[in-house]
Design a protein around this ligand. Sequence first.
Ligand code: BMA
Length: 300
Amino acid sequence: MEIVKYSKNPIITKEDVPFKVNSIFNPGAVKFQNKYLLMCRVEMPDGRSSLVKATGSDGYKFVVDSKPTLTPEGHKEFYKYVEWGIEDARITQIGGTYYLTYTGYSKYMPLVILAETKDFNTFKIHGPISEPSNKDCALFPEKIQNSYWRIDRPSAESRRDIWINSSPDLLHWGNNKVVMEPLPGTWENDKIGSSSTPIKTKEGWLMLYHGVRGFGISTLYKLGVVLLDLEKPWIVKGRTKGPILSSELDYERIGDVPNVVFSCGWIDEPDGRVKIYYSGADTNICLAETSIDYLLSVCK
Ligand code: BMA
């Protein structure tokens, strides 16, 4: 199975949100209590983003909650780091706890916020786990060599590379290493960043990432996939030669930010299929389906 965009895309638009929003997009995705759960970014009328939960039983149809699940105001003592919004959550289950890593945006510029929950109703917000500028953070779902690991994307001067670092407790991070760099002259010329929680396979950790290239007056966001070593996840074993998902259809080309496909999460099924939740043009939520075997094959 290659990659198939769902025929009824988009699966969620702002008309499906029971309160007033400008847009709904970039959801993190996880299975929770046998349901599919998305933590979606909603841009509120004032232009700042919050996160809202959407749930469904088949992975195709979702019901959006009646009010935002996490808001900047709910961040209390950390409010000054999220005053301009919270964006683009990645969700990782470690044991019985679900960890959300998302962007806190403020005058200090983007940084990574960590929150945890067991039920998606109450959250313990740990606050920033990086300095600015950093975003696109995803946690690995288990310890490797006795440590927790995360992928992130610091912005340093003109560089936008994907890095990895480790922690004994998910709060204190070090052991920083660069994992992969944008490839000059290609679809990922300008910058790259992680798009999903890594999935463990026999051949390594599979991770979705986005690549960006400025093109005329447009900035094209596309998705690729990379295979990282199981024991030494800073080692790239393979990487797509080209994008696996690009903006082609009207719902991916027309919207607040045209010609963008962007993802914050995927769900792997017991039968080896994978549901990629992504957004078109920063305006809606879409679904594309593929398989672990296909994703592994394009990394070779
Ligand atoms: C990135 C992030 C995403 C967004 C993308 C395309 O830098 O801000 O939230 O989807 O740009 O506009």
